[in-house]
Design a protein around this ligand. Structure first.
Ligand code: UDX
Length: 446
């Protein structure tokens, strides 16, 4: 099938590439000419495992093209995806201006019936707004063209996006048009082998499904972080508790890892946006508010531990920081707990030596040149002259450090483990002080 995808960000590029991979003929459109020129030349604007070879192969095979020409691209697709950004505006609600701009562009240039699919995460009711924006443009030029608007949220995890897209758990199709549902099912047929993954529902339910999924996952994390904070105070180890509760299939082992708070482009934004949607509809979402406030506090946890260890005297101290991205296998630092930690350390007069396997360029872009930050080429280089090590992101490269060497290198022999990545006993055996998240009074209060 012929498909056009508006937006070559995370969602658009991964979706377009995976659709091309299964044989569809895809054009990805973006207003950013530099990005499109880069993609044409084989430069992938994001780091996502497995994406680059797939883009290159499908581009070479002619199934994946890139363009800045919206009008021509609208002519290409029978199905037109909207996958542009919906950044939060000042009050936390999703900013729809880019989505609606694309809708209007489609309305201005469409020459034959089409299915417009919303993939961006958008407030409930956006499908209606998209339909209205397209209809308005069509009416303005007297064009009576039939357009179906479908809500088809994405559930991609950064770092695993290609796999999530190629092997989805579910494919949510929000539409009340039998024709649109039939075409969407055909589009996704290659991803829907062996058992039925397509869930058909109305547009609003599909829009809410996306928020509900992310809010539920964020809730699990904040809940566990709260348990960790309790565990720490009562002398329990949250890692034991995690095993203890995860074995109950109703709870499950997934997404109950305590840590330094969730970050990324989705959870913080979507929890806020859903809270806002609820408020606009005369409902105060108390659980969502709590999820957000627990997470905000949790992002200050690593600093708190550092400050407690050093009796509040952090000025002149140097901290090695391992991991800057909000999670492993991505260079994305949006809402990353590392950013809160660094700002707090700097505000207290401390210096940072940081290393991340992929996010160094992003860190340079975000922080610029500053005296209190050294971006180091390797994990070892970050340790040189540091008093303590803070593990913020659980990259594989940080999984098994040589602890005796750490003990010999770190001036104050302190390891703060923001992901409960290390075995406290192995760390302590080497003569290092160990602090984890929610791992018992003896560990927390030295
Ligand atoms: C998320 C959803 O998983 C995905 O389905 C949706 O489409 C977009 O948002 P993503 O933001 O890429 O994906 O990352 P994810 O792997 O879900 O992690 C989000 C954050 O939660 C990270 O900061 C991670 O470190 C944190 N996390 C996750 C925990 O702190 N504990 C956990 O148990 C799991």
């Amino acid at each position: 099938m012929r498909v056009t995808v508006f937006g070559t960000g995370y969602v658009g590029l991964v979706t377009g590439t995976c659709l091309a991979e299964v044989g569809h003929n895809v054009v990805c459109v973006d207003v950013d000419a530099e990005k499109i020129a880069g993609l044409e030349a084989g430069r992938i604007p994001i780091y996502e495992p497995g994406l680059e070879p797939m883009v290159l192969a499908n581009h070479a095979a002619g199934r994946l093209q890139f363009s800045t020409d919206a009008a021509a691209s609208i002519g290409h697709g029978e199905i037109l995806f909207i996958a542009v950004g919906t950044p939060p505006d000042e009050d936390g609600s999703a900013d729809l201006q880019y989505v609606l701009q694309v809708a209007r562009t489609i309305g201005r240039h469409l020459e034959r019936p089409a299915i417009v699919v919303n993939k961006s995460t958008v407030p409930v009711g956006t499908a209606d707004k998209v339909r209205a924006a397209i209809d308005e443009e069509l009416a303005a030029r007297g064009a009576g063209i039939a357009v179906d608007v479908v809500s088809n949220p994405e559930f991609l995890k950064e770092g695993a996006a290609v796999n999530d897209c190629m092997r989805p758990d579910r494919i949510v199709i929000g539409s009340r048009s039998p024709h649109a549902v039939e075409r969407m099912k055909r589009l996704y047929a290659p991803f829907n082998r062996n058992h039925e993954r397509v869930v058909v529902m109305d547009e609003r339910s599909a829009e809410l499904t996306k928020y509900a999924a992310n809010a539920m996952l964020a809730t699990k994390i904040s809940f566990m972080n709260e348990m960790a904070n309790i565990a720490e105070r009562v002398g329990a180890d949250i890692e034991m508790v995690r095993h203890g509760i995860g074995s109950d299939p109703r709870i499950g082992y997934h997404f109950i890892y305590p840590g330094a708070g969730y970050g990324g482009s989705c959870f913080p934004k979507d929890v806020q946006a859903l809270e806002r949607i609820a408020r606009q509809n005369d409902y105060q979402a108390r659980i969502l508010a709590a999820v957000e406030s627990v997470n905000d506090a949790q992002k200050g946890k690593l600093f708190e531990m550092a400050s407690r260890h050093f009796g509040g005297q952090l000025a002149g101290r140097t901290f090695a920081v391992w991991g800057l991205s909000f999670k492993p296998n991505t260079d994305d630092m949006r809402e990353a707990p590392s950013r809160v930690l660094l700002q707090q350390l700097w505000a207290a007069g401390a210096k940072v030596r940081a290393h991340d396997p992929e996010a160094m360029a992003e860190a340079r872009r975000i922080f610029g040149e500053r005296d209190d930050l050294v971006l180091c080429d390797s994990p070892d280089a970050a340790l040189e002259g540091a008093d303590a090590l803070v593990l913020v992101t659980e990259w594989k490269a940080f999984a098994s450090p040589d602890f005796p060497r750490l003990a010999a290198t770190l001036r104050e022999r302190v390891v703060i483990d923001g992901r409960n990545f290390y075995d406290p006993a192995s760390v302590e055996e080497s003569g290092l002080a160990y602090y984890g998240i929610g791992r018992g009074r003896s560990l927390a209060a030295r």
